[in-house]
Design a protein around this ligand. Sequence first.
Ligand code: FE2
Length: 241
Amino acid sequence: MSKISNVLSLKQAQDEKNLEKLNSEVSKLKHERKKFCEQAAKTLLRALDAKDNYTFGHSMRVAYYSLALGREYGLNEEELYELELSALFHDIGKIGVPDSVLLKPSRLEEDEFLKMKKHPSLSYEILQDFDVFQEVAVYAKHHHERFDGRGYPDNLKGEDIPLFSRIILIADTFDAMTSTRPYRKGLSYDIAFSELLEFSGSQFDPGLVQVFTKAMSKEVLKNEETFHLSIIDGNFAKNAA
Ligand SMILES: [Fe+2]
């Protein structure tokens, strides 16, 4: 009897050892997969940087603003990581927009605007074949949908628009308003907040606008000039002047 129980406890110890080994192999593989994805992300973002340095910097700031909103909203670490990736990639489709349109310093003509409006769908097309980016591709595709259903490309409405796309739209618009371009000076945060409030419910998810203004007020109090992200290395300037 004791011989049997000895054999059993030996087997149990062996099983536990095997399980431990398996668990550490799984976490090693997960870590390698994450590293591999980040390398792919960096490569794509370098291509965007080579095409248009402004859009690259804009994408970094949109990730920072999206994360501030996401944190205040109560997203967990895994969700925040996915949100960061989605925000970094939201405008990757601009690689496919002709320079004459993308870099035009003045107002776009109607046909030019139509070309520009293709960029969310182009972001989707660029990202969708890489299975790890499939969800992110969908969030990028819908970052110009409006809460009232009058956005593009699919006229999605309200909460039919993915949460991350609704978050990115707010961050995207906020950066577009507050960053200084060669042809106009950026708006102050306060004016940009009141613009977001004005279009709350029509363009933007009203609940998320509230969360964003609260999150950004806290960010302002921190009084830091730079921010960093978890996927892309480097310190980036908060002030886009
Ligand atoms: Fe966009």
